[in-house]
Design a protein around this ligand. Sequence first.
Ligand code: EPZ
Length: 422
Amino acid sequence: MDIFKIKGPVRIKGTVAVNGSKNSSLPIMAAAILAPGKSVLRNVPNLSDITVCARLLRKLGCKVTRVNGDSLSIDSTVIDNPVGEYEIVRQMRASICILGPLLARCRRVKVSMPGGCAIGDRPVDIHLRGLRELGAKITLKNGYIVADAPKGLRGKEIFLGGPFGSTVLGTANVMMAAVLAKGRTVIESAACEPEVADLANCLNKMGAKISGIGSPRLTIEGVKELQPVEHKIIPDRIEAGTFMVAAAITKGELKIENCRLDDMMAVVDKLRGIGVTVEADDGGCFVTRKGPIKTADITTQPYPGFPTDLQAQFMALLALGKGNSVIIEKVFPDRFMHIAELNRMGANLRKEGQAVIVAGVKKLVAAPVMASDLRASAALVLAGLAADGTTVIDRVYHIDRGYEKIETRLNPLGAKIVRESV
Ligand code: EPZ
């Protein structure tokens, strides 16, 4: 098990390039199932979640190989074992996104229920509702979803909204099932995240007929077959936002390349509101902070609202604000594992239901802390950059799921992070 030892305070200065999006790569890797043959995905980050997804695809019968560093070749000619095994799915809930494409291709599939994780329950009821609407017979057996569509799927008008609004992977699953269904499918209350748009654009390159991309209403005209594709994954807006906070929390100056500010309007709005300068800069941005961190009132929402995946990172930043901020988590109400750990570092955070009162403190102090889930762990790294002393973070594997060797990206910018195996 690896730990991080992070010496602070430091100032993050220099230039960093954002990697391809984890949350775009995972469903697009699954989409390769839909088109027998060899697809090539470029700009795929080298992360443990990607490795797990590749293992899952190999178990189905696909050949998955990494080619020249940032590309993945996925040959889905043979799929002779349409089963998403619990042993793999429980490691990564996003594995559920093979369900839709596998059902569309094989018509009878078994995928383990994902189960919960540190950020809360991860129900898939809306995924299953959407697939049933397309004509699949879905039963739950010994912890597995068994989906049957012997005569194939039929297009339908489907409302895919739930108690928390839209669902990202639910939209991905139903869209990937609908592209090979007979007739037209309309998905109302579809997720509008850039990663869902990237998937839809990739499917259209494969021969699908999807319109309304980026809007809450997707229209899909079913086609007979799809072709393998070559596709470049969009940049990771959550990694970009994490780097922005690294510059802001350390009063640094950071040029961030491959960063699509258009995908990050809510984030940039909040950063500017608390006194952080964010300037567009040829295909990326320049982030710096000179004055104090002002207070903010943040509510996480589905895109284009403020992303839940940056809630923890902003909590670390606002912990050093001049005054009280409020953060309300409306997407994953239990996504607060980072509160106790940040308070161990001298933050003053108080949870009131789905809201957290962030009483700004003058400084954070290093402490031994525990990583719990991907983004909470990133928040602890950011806090460690700004804290006085050496912060020790345990269970660093959580961070490696979504950030490619983050210490090798931050140390050249002035961070002092040492990874040790214990
Ligand atoms: C995706 O998860 C992302 N993961 C998450 O990023 C992200 O936090 C989330 O979208 C929200 O933006 C990937 O794309 C791989 P949802 P997903 O379905 O699709 C409820 C990270 O850190 N819901 O949009 O699983 C659900 O419980 C990860 O990179 C149902 O009730 O999230 C949640 O409260 C973490 N029933 C809300 O909807 C369902 O059938 C939004 O979840 C599905 C979801």
